[in-house]
Design a protein around this ligand. Sequence first.
Ligand code: ADP
Ligand code: MG
Length: 474
Amino acid sequence: MATGWGSLLQDEQQLEELARQAVDRALAEGVLLRTSQAPSSSHVVSYAPFTLFPSPVPSALLEQAYAVQADFNLLVDAVSQNAVFLEQTLSSTIKRDSFTARLFDIHKQVLKEGIAQTVFLGLNRSDYMFQCNPDGTTALKQIEINTISASFGGLASRTPAVHRHVLSVLGKTKEAAKILSNNPSKGLAMGIAKAWELYGSANAQVLLIAQEKERNIFDQRAIENELLARNIHVIRRRFEDVSEKGSLDQDRRLFMDGQEVAVVYFRDGYMPGHYSLQNWEARLLLERSCAVKCPDIATQLAGTKKVQQELSRAGVLESLLPGQPEAVARLRATFAGLYSLDLGEEGDQAITKAIAAPSCFVLKPQREGGGNNLYGEEMVQALERLRDSEERASYILMEKIEPEPFRNCLLRPGSPARVIQCISELGIFGVYVREGKTLVMNKHVGHLLRTKAIEHADGGVAAGVAVLDNPYPV
Ligand code: ADP
Ligand code: MG
C-alpha cells in the first residue's frame, strides 16, 4: 500500500527534525500518558507513542467498517439479552476458565433476583485488520469486539492535529487535508449523557470505576470533560471504594458517598488481576443496582472470545437478528475463520489443522488487554499439551490475519525514532442506548488506528507494543 512517504523515511536528518516537531505538537494537543514510573501521578507525564506519519488504509475498508458498526451494536445488544444463548455458548468455557465463570456467576445471580436496570448503554470498539489476499485484494477482518473499557477514544480525538502538523511542515497541504477529523470522546460522552438523562434523576452522577494506577488517565478525562460541559458530574472511584462506601436503597438505587449514581462506567474490571474477593463483591453490588452499567455483566460476557467464535457458526447470526438478512451479511463478511476447541471431533480437527500450519492460526484464551494469545511454536506446544484436556474449551482458535506491511516511523518517549515495517489495526467506536425494549441510540462515533512493528504478533498501545496512528485513506 503506497502512501508516498517512502523517500521521506530515508532522510534521517529530516526525520529527526520532524519527530521533534511532532512530539511537541502531540504534547501540546494532549496526546499524553502518565509514565510507567509514576502511574498514579500527573506531575510528570509524557506523550503517548505514535507514528510520525499517518498509515495507509484502503478507503473502501474504512467505509465498510463504519457501515457495519451499527450492526455490531445491535448484535452485542441482542446477545446480552439472550440468556439461553449465553449459557449454552459459555457452558464448556466456564468449567475451565475461572474468570469467565465468576462473571457468569454474577450474571446468573442478577437474573435470579431480577434485573433492576431499565436503561442499557453500550460503548464498544470493534477492531479489524486488513487481510491481504493472494490475488492482491484486501479484506476487512474483525479481530475482536471490546465491550468493556474500550479505550483510546480520547487520545484518538487529538492525534489528527499532530499528523496534519507533520504534513504541513513538509508543505504537503493536500495530504494534510486528507486526514479525517475524529472525535470519539465526544460521541462516547453523548452515549453516557443519553443514558444519564433517561435514568432521570437530575442530581445523580456518573461513577467511573477507575484503577489506582492509571497511565491512560487523559484518555478518560477527555470523556469526563465532555460530560462536565453538559453539566453531568463524574466521580472516579475504585472497586475498593465501592465496597466501603457504596450502597443500595430498597429500590436498588445505587449510592456512593451518599450521592445517587445514574451511570457506572467501567474502566477497570476486565482482567482477573483487577479483582480481589472484595472487588467481586463490589461488582455484584453494582450489577444488582438499577444504575445503568456500561457494560452490564451480560454485555461484558457478550464480548468474550468464545461468544465471538460461536457467532461465526452457520445460522447463529440469523437466529439472533431475525428478519435482518442485510445486517447479517454485512457482519458475516467481516468474520475471519473461528474454531471451537471444545472436546469432540470438531475441536480435534481444528487442533490438527493448526499444528500442521501454525503460521495460519492464533490461539486465544478468554482474556482482554493484550499479550495473552499464542502464536507459532508456542501455540503448537500449548495445543499438544491441551489436546486431551477439558481445559482446551477455555480457548478458541482463530485464523491469523496477514496484512500487507508498510514502512513508518514509530515515536516513543526515551527511544530514538525508528523506521520499521509495520501493520495496523483499525477500531471503530460504537454507541447504543436502549430503554426497555426500545433502542433510542445506535451509531458509530469515530475510529482508532493503532500501528505496530511486524515482529510483534500481539499487544496494544497500553501493552507497550502498538502506537497511535491515523488512517491515510488510499
Ligand atoms: P485482546 O483482548 O488481548 O486485545 P485480541 O484478540 O485483540 O485480544 O488480540 C490482541 C492482538 O493480537 C491484536 O491487537 C492483534 O495485534 C493480534 N491478533 C489477534 N488476533 C489476530 C489474528 N486473528 N490475526 C492476526 N493478529 C491477531
Ligand atoms: Mg484487542
